[in-house]
Design a protein around this ligand. Sequence first.
Ligand SMILES: [Zn+2]
Length: 452
Amino acid sequence: MGAKLLKEIEEEVTALLSDLIRINTTNPPGNETQAAKYLAETLEKEGFKCEVLESAPGRGNVITRLKGTGEKPSLLLLSHLDVVAANPKEWSVDPFSGLVKDGFVWGRGAMDMKSMTAMEVMVMKLLKRNNVKLKGDVILAATADEEKGGEYGAGWLVSNCPEKVMAEYVINEGGGQAIPVDEKNVFTIQTAEKGILWFKVKAKGRPGHGSVPGAADNAILRMNKVVEKLGNYRAEMTLTLTVTQFLNVMAEENELAKQALALLLQNPAVGDQILDMLAKRDKAMAEEIRAMLRMTIAPTIIHGGIKENIIPSDCEAIFDCRILPGQSTTEALNRIKELLQEADLEKLDFEIIQANEPSESPMETPLYGLMVETLKNFEPNCAVAPILLTGGTDSRFFRKKGAACYGFQPALSDLPYGEILKMVHGIDERISTQNLVFGTSVLYTVVEKFMT
Ligand SMILES: [Zn+2]
């Protein structure tokens, strides 16, 4: 099978990305319609029929489809058009200029994830230009609102017009980036993501004068115990399929990781000791792995009190809890209530703010196998590992409906890995034109092979 870099499309895919970055789709408010229309225009010039569907004024989603014969399953190339805010004062270039400088395209969305949108649009164009005889439908959907939960984007499309977007397989963001391990590149493919449980706890008490604390029942003190208990809670470690496979691949590449994994598999209870040791060398990596191994709870907002000399009867705090595939948000909330009961904490009310179940796709599918094979053709010395994302993506909407979804935005590590992590939602976000070519080439090869 070929592993040809499509150098001839460098200029075209670069211009596509620059144009997309110049259309400011900061969410909120989003304003994705302009970007959706831009994509529809560029695709229609080449004979595609596109639909721009608005879930609300300004919240556009663009869809197009290449029909196949139906002999093979369908594939959706998914991306989101919205981006998070960027403060121009912090950046070294205008974050909405789409500037091409020193071999990189700069701007908000260069990584997350307008580059992937540009690559996917390029793949669609190439399939048509090359007159590829597809055996299944290839759908493209570039959607609104991912950064605020996807209710106006992917979530809306799946509930309101599933027939337009549902497919057996989905390729989306969340993986594909190579991690340099020793001398080797380890590419990731996102096969799983944690679930989200955002909840509020209200602590009640009895008000009183600040000068006689003993006569009152201070809600802040009660909440203090809640925060301590939940914030420091270390749930038991659980090895999900994805994380076990991820650690197995890492262990093959690195002797230290191998020893650590062997210990972990024997006795998950020693996991924290091992990770504490790893944290001394690589704090970011150790904490990422720790979060991949258990449910986590982080207090993120707290409010209480109204005046200097009044002991408050109310205090409320918000917690961001993330759960593993195999766990449920209902179970998690019950566990949380249990913990607080064990600590003898009463006079508490709970309110769920948002609950998204975790999701995981199998590694034993032809598409997953083909992604691994293709990466190895392009980079013979590489390894490939599935990963569990501790955050969330739109893939969850499609996994819930039974699709196999993979986060796969293939990229070589041409910047230090720590730098790449910092750029996403951070400052000076950029992608090399070399990676635009590499990503498009790998993606095109996978899609062409899979669909013919
Ligand atoms: Zn994203």
